[in-house]
Design a protein around this ligand. Sequence first.
Ligand code: PMP
Length: 383
Amino acid sequence: MRPDQLAGALSQLQAGHCLRQRAVLDSPQGPRVSIGGRDYLAFASNDYLGLANHPALKAAMCEAIGRWGVGGGSSALVAGHFAIQEQAERALAEFVGCEAALLFGSGYAANLGVVGSLVGRGDAIFADKLNHASLNDACQLSRAEFKRFRHNDLAHLAQLLQNTPAQSRLIVVDAVYSMEGDEAPLAELLQLAERYDAWLYIDDAHGFGILGDGCGALALHALQHPRVVYMATLGKAAGVAGAFVAGSRQLIDWLVNAARTYIFTTAHPPAQAAAVLASLQLIRQESWRRRVLQQHVSALRTALAETSFRLCPSRMPIQAIIIGGNEAAVQVAGALQDLGILVPAIRPPTVPAGSARLRVSLSAAHSGQDVSQLAQALVRLLR
Ligand code: PMP
């Protein structure tokens, strides 16, 4: 794009109802947020367990700033990483049942770094069509042959594996699909990985903290295995920021030496690791948060079951209502906002064209009353 083409590109987005603008929050994330002096009931953030503004996490981070300072200083390989990060990596690895773990600055960075460390030219990647954008970018950047299989279609995947000669193979999936809320058949995927001698890379951004008593999709399905690479983000249910990759000790040693998004970036703030440790404790101990979430999921699905809303199948706090057109999705989200309720309208390129949707994110911090207020507003709009 040339500089004089920017205005045209922006107007084109606007005309397609795809121009994004960020809301400026005057409050922390939570079930209620304040924007421009007005309070909204919010179903937009991925703070599923309601930990992003939790006093224990804030206290841990403040105390750690006192002890460790603010900045990471340099790349961890150049200037070292911090004992508190080492401790968080050990705790995370143990929590998900793996030998070792490595912290990354974000899930996006982890995906780019890990995929590129495992495959390159002459290798092949097999990715679910609904994988997160960061995984698609990672696959493209790796220079490996990039094949996509129909969503959760194991027969299609097997056919691609069968017909694609490669030195090394990597199957890449989301454990929980971020814009649908449905789950990947991980056990069957591992069987295919074994049959075709492939790695299985699992992005559990939305399952960690929720599935398997909080331990995530890997622990839920007991899939710890030398050919499985597990990634989870720490900015969603864990309420902090960053991500970690877990697997065998050898895998983690290799990533420290090969993952460019780990090597060529400044070590992240040490205090973040302290907040992660505090979060892990709450994820472990406060199972009531997951129980409340399940009640909210059931309540919302029951309330909408008798309506003509098209809900994606999901037992997760991600509840997607397919609207179809971009303009219609923006209109419904706008009408909800007028009623004081924030639900994002998700449009292409985040989701395929013609499948724009409302993505409702439920949180343990919502009350039952909040969820019924949303359901009533949706039913009213439908009328
Ligand atoms: N993977 C999935 C499935 C995600 O939903 C996201 C975040 N939207 C990411 C990776 C990226 O994680 P992060 O926000 O930590 O960069």
